[in-house]
Ligand binder design. Structure first.
Ligand code: ZN
Length: 291
């Protein structure tokens, strides 16, 4: 079961989120049968987005994070809520790229140059939105920059996905650590020291460290305290009923047109790759509702 630890350290001068997201990343991979570089890209995005979702204050708040770039993957999108539900996909799921010289999957090359776009819907009249240029397309660095530029919170974001030889997700996880206002220099120095010698997420997971172990490594000597443990899961929530609502939105004329020409309608959910088919009699029913 995927989960995240919500942590405070150094007497509240630091907050952190440490997550294991293997099952969620694997669910996303299976939905679209993604190639390794896309599996890594989506897994990193799901992890970062799930953690950002946990920062939302209210049950109904919703976060959407999208990456758009000129690379072959073209874009990624994920949404999350404050309860640990997350879903996401890549525009092009079957991209194949050579490994980088360091042997890592080339997520940055897959995304290319572009923008990260963040929408936080907190039930207000207008959602909060922010768009900033990508630094690397490697996801973690771009999220770090988002926190610095748009939220003015000094943060460290580290995300990792290791794809197994059978193409399934072997490890997926990550953390976000943030300095709270008034964090003192000695606390910042201590944290920086810990980060300097820090191994990658997937190497740490490979050594058997879970969120607790990674927390204790990142926040060594900073007295980390677990405030809450929250489950994370890939959850789409689409249904035939919701697909029907989407069809209703296009209006009677359009439905009639589809019914006359195609004889059926298909609503596709990109998040979980489900299809909802509406046959002619169902379309007819929908049109009668509209009258
Ligand atoms: Zn769905």
């Amino acid at each position: 079961m995927d989960y995240s630890l919500l942590v405070s350290a150094a007497g509240g001068q630091i907050r952190g989120f440490f997550a294991d997201t293997k099952e969620s990343a694997e669910a996303a991979r299976k939905n679209h049968n993604t190639t390794p570089v896309v599996t890594a890209a989506v897994g990193r995005l799901l992890t970062g987005t799930a953690i950002m979702g946990l920062m939302l204050k209210n049950d109904k708040d919703l976060l959407t994070v999208s990456f758009k770039g000129d690379g072959p993957i073209k874009g990624l999108i994920a949404t999350a809520d404050s309860k640990g539900n997350v879903k996401g996909y890549a525009y092009e799921p079957h991209v194949v790229l050579p490994l980088k010289p360091n042997g890592k999957l080339d997520v940055g090359g897959g995304i290319g140059a572009g923008h990260i776009h963040i929408i936080k819907d907190m039930g207000l009249k207008e959602p909060f939105t922010s768009t900033i240029p990508l630094i690397s397309g490697e996801v973690a660095e771009d999220m770090t920059r988002y926190f610095a530029v748009s939220e003015q919170i000094p943060s460290v974001v580290s995300l990792g996905v290791l794809v197994d030889t059978d193409l399934s997700v072997k490890y997926s996880g990550g953390f976000v650590v943030q300095l709270m206002p008034g964090a003192t220099d000695d606390i910042i120095d201590k944290l920086e020291d810990n980060l300097k010698t820090l191994d990658s997420i997937t190497n740490m997971m490979g050594k058997g460290l879970g969120p607790e172990g990674i927390m204790n490594t990142v926040l060594k000597g900073l007295e980390p305290r677990i405030n809450e443990t929250k489950p994370i899961r890939f959850f789409c929530g689409c249904s035939k009923e919701k697909a029907k609502s989407a069809l209703r939105l296009i209006g009677r004329e359009e439905i009639k047109d589809i019914s006359d020409t195609e004889g059926k309608a298909n609503i596709h959910c990109h998040f979980c790759n489900s299809d909802y088919a509406f046959l002619k009699d169902e379309l007819l029913e929908l049109m009668q509702e509209e009258e």
